[in-house]
Design a protein around this ligand. Structure first.
Ligand code: NAD
Length: 473
């Protein structure tokens, strides 16, 4: 289907901008950059992906296995690698050869100083200085990383003040990424929108971006000014994360009453104005983006003296993180104490279909369980190997945390099942088999509300779901 669409574009049959293969450089091959590079190659461009980590470059050049798990990515890379897609650590040469440069490096939260909470722009600034030194001719510099408002001005200033007489002309564009890990390749090939923010009057940048993205239907392409585009990314994640937090706030009330949050969520989601996505209650959101982007938005609002607005997002942010402790507290109360108990934690990644564990709720939950004296067995189909990075041997409470290969082994002789990530393989556990293997009375603490409480109770297990209360056989 993709190739049909591409052929049409190449033949100029869409009536839209004609696809012109571009020489593209993608800087940073993390979850965003690797997908961006592979998808641009799939769209017919010549792409050089650069990463400062030589081990990543080696893995992308020789793998699979690749340094990260993203469904569909391996296939795209293997299809184009060595022809229109290459990987290198040589940033200078890649920049000099490119007419469009995507900045996809990380923008983590600043942890200290007056601007703490905002994005740490160290890596973006560094890349901008390199572009200034090595670029040739007219170059479009694309902000793909999530960045603060007015970053286009910041990058332009760095570019102009670090030029080495190369005579390059720079066009800075905001083109935020909305992909979700786990579905990133599909999201990038079939996006809800392609947002392109250009500076007023920069027709060159607009034309180049339109040609680059000629594959996408015109109705999903949205042109805005550069500042709206930068802010839209933060606004988008603020909406998504607060929607989840809203259903979690309602879940807390359900727990305190006889309402069931899954029923409440279904009723609310049938309102077309609200929609039924992101209404699953549980232990809250994690991942590398929501927390970081909401914190940056709070910082931005405070910087503009918008205290009440900042307070609104801060309350949602704090509630999200409080849910992790509340879930552990529920286990502590239900088991009377966690000391000496064995808990099988199912899931370590922040969501299914990824090996990304950044800000995963499971990390905090495992830490609290172990600190309370429980023995913790962790299972994750893709991210189990990362557990010891967070709980290195020799450091308390790592001695009480082990990684186990599969759920049933982890559950054998366990007092509690603690579901943190809704991987497919955890959804289909045979609860009767689980009950046979667990100590009595076995408890299922469902942090993502994936299990049918009746089926769990029928298997002679106790059940707690977030916002669904406790049920016993
Ligand atoms: P990541 O940490 O997975 O990847 C960043 C990569 O950049 C790393 O491989 C790192 O080695 C490389 N890098 C750092 N400095 C470099 C330099 N000077 N030269 C070359 N390479 C360098 O991060 P990510 O998850 O891909 O996110 C990247 C950006 O995209 C962030 O701003 C993030 O907020 C944003 N974003 C992420 C997602 C997501 O789901 N992960 C979605 C949308 C937007």
């Amino acid at each position: 289907m993709l190739y049909d669409a591409l052929t049409k574009i190449i033949n100029g049959m869409t009536g839209g901008p004609t696809m012109t293969p571009k020489q593209v450089c993608v800087v940073g091959t993390g979850y965003v950059g690797s997908v961006t590079g592979a998808v641009l190659a799939e769209l017919g461009h010549r792409v050089i992906c650069v990463d400062s980590n030589p081990e990543k470059v080696r893995q992308f050049t020789n793998g699979p296995p690749f340094p990260l798990l993203e469904p569909g990515l391996d296939e795209l890379i293997v299809r184009h690698r060595g022809r229109t897609l290459t990987f290198t650590a040589d940033l200078a040469t890649a920049i000099a050869a490119s007419e469009v440069i995507f900045v996809c490096v990380s923008t983590p939260t600043k942890l200290a100083g007056l601007a703490r909470g905002s994005f740490d722009m160290t890596y973006v600034d560094l890349v901008a200085r390199e572009i200034a030194k090595h670029a040739r001719g007219h170059v479009v510099v694309v902000e793909k990383s999530t960045v603060p408002l007015r970053t286009a001005e910041r990058i332009t200033e760095i570019l102009e003040s670090n030029m080495n007489g190369s005579g390059a002309t720079f066009h800075v564009v905001s083109n935020p990424e909305f992909l979700a890990e786990g579905t990133a390749v599909r999201d990038a090939l079939e996006p809800d929108r392609v947002l392109i923010g250009t500076k007023p009057g920069d027709d060159f940048a607009r034309r180049v971006m339109d040609e680059l993205y000629a594959y996408y239907p015109r109705e999903v392409t949205l042109h805005t000014n550069v500042w709206s585009s930068e802010l839209a990314k933060l606004a988008n994640n603020a909406f998504l994360s607060t929607k989840i937090t809203q259903i979690n706030a309602i879940a807390s009330l359900c727990d305190a009453s006889s309402a069931d949050v899954t029923e409440v969520g279904r009723a609310v989601g049938m309102d077309k104005r609200i929609g039924n996505k992101f209404l699953g209650a549980g232990i809250g959101w994690g991942g590398s983006c929501f927390g970081k982007d909401v914190r940056a938005l709070i910082y931005l609002l405070r910087n503009h003296h918008l205290e009440a607005e900042a307070h609104f997002y801060e309350a949602a942010h704090d509630l999200n993180y409080a849910l992790r402790e509340r879930f552990v507290m529920k286990m502590h109360q239900s088991l009377y104490s966690l000391r000496g108990k064995t808990v099988a934690v199912l899931g370590f990644a922040f969501k299914p279909d990824t090996d990304d564990v950044r800000d995963s709720p499971a990390i905090d939950i495992i830490r609290m369980l172990a600190e309370e004296g429980a023995s913790v067995r962790v299972v994750d189909p893709a991210a189990g190997h990362k557990v010891k990075e967070f709980f290195p041997d020799g450091n308390a409470p790592a001695e009480r945390i082990v990684v186990v290969k599969d759920a049933l082994s982890a559950l054998t002789g366990a007092d509690a099942l603690c579901l943190c990530t809704e991987w497919k393989e955890f959804r289909h556990l045979d609860m009767r088999e689980v009950a046979k293997r667990m100590n009595k009375p076995g408890w299922v603490f469902d942090g993502r509300n994936i299990y049918d409480p009746q089926a769990v109770v029928a298997a002679n297990l106790c059940h707690y779901g977030v916002g669904r209360g406790v049920r016993r056989p």
